[in-house]
Design a binder for this molecule. Structure first.
Ligand code: XMP
Ligand code: MG
Length: 183
């Protein structure tokens, strides 16, 4: 199969690369101020958060630490069930650390709500959340996101780390997948 141009598979670009970069820079200035003089551990959630983690981390002027977790929501299809399984755990002991969870997207919020409780049980000094995207209309639990990139409509989006069937993560912007791709 010939590789196609990604843009033909989208109905709409929701957030351009430049807007993501500018917004992440704003969030980084706030993070630097909030964590001045403190240690900071960024915890990225694989695989979707890879791009936001890479750009956020490099924009930060502090020497931060990074670690990764992979989780999977039980249940089928595109619906999160809230029952989460750890596929890859952290290498880092969180005891006494300032943790900032870095996520691609908050949809129902169930995954992050579970993750938050899980990490808090490891007795860190603090845990906060940074998420690039949030779908307010899909929320099933209330999540306190300290650093949020953008609120978006309740549509399935891809790009900038987000995938459909493991593809489109490499798209530089965030876009809405065309319905003919699902069919
Ligand atoms: P919940 O519902 O638990 O889900 O907040 C969060 C996880 O579900 C994935 N997700 C998406 N992935 N486009 C994607 O490519 C989307 O629009 C989307 N919505 C949710 C994602 O892995 C997220 O961490
Ligand atoms: Mg994710």
């Amino acid at each position: 199969m010939e590789p196609r141009d990604i843009d033909g598979d989208l109905t709409e670009i929701l957030i351009e690369e430049e807007a993501i970069r500018d917004r992440l820079a704003e969030l980084c200035r706030r993070i630097e101020a909030d964590y001045a003089g403190k240690d900071l551990l960024l915890v990225g959630v694989l695989k979707g958060a890879v791009m936001v983690m890479a750009d956020l981390a490099r924009e930060l002027k502090h020497p931060i630490a990074m670690d990764w977790m992979a989780v999977s929501s039980y249940g089928s299809g595109t619906q999160s069930s809230g029952v989460v399984r750890i596929l890859k755990d952290l290498d880092t002991d969180l005891h006494g650390r300032n943790v900032l969870i870095v996520e691609d997207i908050i949809d129902s919020g169930l995954t992050l709500s579970w993750l938050l409780a899980n990490l808090k049980s490891r007795e860190p000094e603090s845990v906060e959340i940074c998420a690039l995207l949030r779908k307010p209309d899909a929320a099933r639990v209330d999540i306190d996101v300290k650093y949020l990139g953008f609120d978006i409509p309740n549509q399935f989006v891809v790009g900038y780390g987000l995938d459909y069937d493991e593809k489109y993560r490499n798209l530089r912007s965030v876009g809405v997948l065309a319905p003919h791709i699902y069919a």
